[in-house]
Design a protein around this ligand. Structure first.
Ligand SMILES: C[S@@+](CC[C@H](N)C(=O)[O-])C[C@H]1O[C@@H](n2cnc3c(N)ncnc32)[C@H](O)[C@@H]1O
Length: 349
């Protein structure tokens, strides 16, 4: 079987097959799952706005046709996508950015430039079993790598060009009230000034009921010539309901940290090439349990998940298992076909 290669300079080393009898489908849409064969850049505009984006694209390792040869052009590779994600994101959107350490380092400035705020770097530790003890470290002259990163970003909301932290402080100042009176407003000893109006790293997002107390107090007792306070339209103060949508969702299952000890994917879940059940089909297939972890942490039932670089559609499959709505594209028709088959009835993974 001959591999289809369009651009030899970005020819992936991972692809080992083509499908002899492909579906020849351009899409697979079923209930809340939407899988497209094509370039995600051509699809973003028509997808519903996401609560969660799971990015697993170029790594700079020639992992698939179109991957870059090293990290140096990773920023350029991602920029069009990051721009599209930013246009679709709201304050409730979380981005999970999978990559190698250096690939992420190269992409980070582009993500920041387009409004994505770094939250946390999670490490997938595949363990020593991943190298099976046969790495010649004197030859490679470094410690063997058994990790990938999955970095959590949120889309930083701005009001009047201020971050929420800056805006809360600026609005309170505008009322002419003392900073200390914010504690009285919230019915706390000093938590308002210490947490919610802090301008440093001790800042916390005020919970809805605290926000409502600040808003009511400010609008009742603040300088009446400056009304309304805490408004994002200049007409009405923001409601608790609106405030609750000013940040992304996050739930951490008990006992989890930012290091995910989980062996590399093998066994039944690892999709094999059609003609040879001992060869895995995609170099980068991700474990469903890790995809479920991040989707569950950052979204609720029915929320929209984007998987811009589908591969074998692991994030979309996890999303389906969790009752989410998903949109994904895969540019390579063979991967698309094989990935879409995972959703067929009777197919285990
Ligand atoms: C790292 S793999 C994703 C693997 C996937 N997470 C999984 O578990 O199977 C990246 C995939 O993105 C695809 N891809 C690259 N550029 C793309 C684009 N612009 N639009 C859609 N798919 C793209 C590649 O063909 C490759 O299969």
């Amino acid at each position: 079987m001959q591999e289809k290669v369009t651009n030899p300079s970005t020819r992936g080393r991972g692809k080992k097959f083509t499908i002899d009898e492909p579906f020849h489908r351009k899409e697979w849409v079923n209930k809340n799952t939407h899988l497209y064969c094509g370039n995600s850049l051509d699809h973003y505009e028509s997808w519903k706005k996401p609560k969660t984006i799971v990015s697993d694209g170029a790594y700079g390792i020639l992992g698939f046709n179109g991957d870059t040869a090293d990290h140096k052009s990773i920023g350029d590779w991602y920029e069009g996508h990051v721009d599209a994600w930013s246009r679709a994101a709201t304050a409730e959107t979380t981005l999970w950015f999978w990559n190698s350490e250096i690939g992420w380092a190269a992409a980070h400035p582009i993500l920041e430039k387009h409004g994505w705020k770094y939250v946390n770097c999670n490490i997938w530790n595949k363990g020593v079993g991943h190298i099976a003890g046969n790495v010649n470290t004197s030859k490679i002259r470094r410690f063997p790598v058994v990790t990938e990163v999955c970095v959590q970003y949120v889309f930083e909301p701005k009001i009047n060009n201020l971050t929420l932290q800056e805006w809360l402080y600026a609005e309170w100042k505008r009322t002419g009230l003392t900073m200390k009176s914010a504690n009285e407003a919230c019915g706390v000893k000093n938590a308002a000034t210490r947490k919610y109006l802090d301008q440093g790293h001790l800042w916390y997002f005020p919970p809805v009921e605290i926000f409502e107390k600040l808003v009511n107090y400010a609008n009742l007792k603040g300088d009446q010539s400056g009304l309304p306070y805490f408004s994002n339209d200049g007409i009405m103060p923001m409601t608790g309901e609106q405030w609750s949508k000013m940040r992304s969702k996050f739930k951490c299952p008990h006992g989890y940290t930012n290091v995910w000890d989980r062996s590399a994917l093998r066994g039944k879940e690892r999709i094999k090439i059609p003609a040879n059940i001992s060869k895995s089909a995609h170099l980068n297939q991700k474990p469903l349990d890790l995809m479920r972890l991040i989707i569950e942490a950052s979204s609720d039932s029915s929320d929209v998940i984007w998987e811009p670089f589908g591969g074998l559609f692991s994030a979309s499959l996890a999303a389906r298992m969790l009752g989410r709505t998903s949109f994904s594209a895969e540019i390579d028709s063979d991967y698309f076909d094989l990935g879409a088959q995972r959703f067929s009835e009777g197919f285990l993974f």
